[in-house]
Design a binder for this molecule. Sequence first.
Ligand code: ATP
Ligand code: MG
Length: 352
Amino acid sequence: MGKVKSRNDTPADTKEAGILHAEKPLSEDERDLTLRPQNIAEFLGQSKIKENLAVFIAATKARRESLDHLFLIGPPGLGKTTLAQVVAHELGVDFKVTSAPALDKPKDLVGVLTTMTKNSVFFIDEIHRLKPAIEEMLYIAMEDYELDWIIGQGPGARTMRLPIPRFTLIGATTKAGNVSSPLVSRFGITCRFSFYELADMEAILRRSAGILNVRIENDAASLLATSSRGTPRVANRLLRRMRDFAQVKQSRSITLDIVENGLVQLEIDSLGLERYDREILRMIIERYNGGPVGAETLAISVGETVETLEDYYEPYLIQAGLIQRTPRGRIVTALAYTHLNIAQKHTSGALF
Ligand SMILES: Nc1ncnc2c1ncn2[C@@H]1O[C@H](COP(=O)(O)OP(=O)(O)OP(=O)(O)O)[C@@H](O)[C@H]1O
Ligand SMILES: [Mg+2]
């Protein structure tokens, strides 16, 4: 129970906030919470998801029922945790949050579900990491709003069914493929996040700049939007860095010049790639002759975990058209060669 977090406590943001500047992680966390949208109007972009959810939420509220269980899929930093909070807010219900690794024993799950209020939202992050025993309890909870609870031990042990209030489970994952099909089939609504469009990224940056009370010029916001890999968390992080650069230069606003120099300083290129992204591409090209190379091998080669490679780096590299996944492994595209300014070799080894 102690592992269940209250509204606004976001482990992922805590993890992210200190990456570029470790000096003031706490204050950055605090500020990021103020940047997090609270209601559907503040949640920018992802219009298809929002339109559908708005209908389902309105209908559910009119019937005074609990919303169907909701499954959120997408790469890190696109707003899954944020959307879960927004949904609870729009429904006007309580919100409890935990992540699958924190649900270690059946009693952890029982502890949360027996203390829920009617129709409230229970958010489980990283739901692909649930233990099988917990997952099975969750099936019954999701379907019948009951819990199997074993009393006693050995031959005398009995299973009791505990009724629990109706609730909405919101499960989030960066790895939909790792979620078991019985669990997937129990979610009534599935939302797949896509990387944000440029216009939405600009709007997010403008909103955040307003909250942080910093002025940003139009061309500077556009460039920052293209460099934020379609990800609000990255946009907010870069915006804070640019504010630092502007402050040091005693500039009253974030100008194009500040963003251009700032991105060079942070080693972020015109496609929004970070140093690691380029290392991954270079590794596939130079060591594996453009691929195919398996994820494990590649992760070891660049000194990253497979998780980080697959969850954070790869989705954007694929979306940007720089690598492709094939059954035999990852390959780089011609665009990767052009972007890194490396001549592409024929398999024969001849340059063209
Ligand atoms: N649609 C949005 N509009 C404005 N800001 C957003 C939006 N989505 C996310 N953000 C901002 O990006 C930050 C990261 O979002 P969030 O923590 O919800 O991502 P996530 O998908 O849960 O990531 P992870 O997979 O790492 O848990 C939020 O703190 C919020 O400030
Ligand atoms: Mg999250």
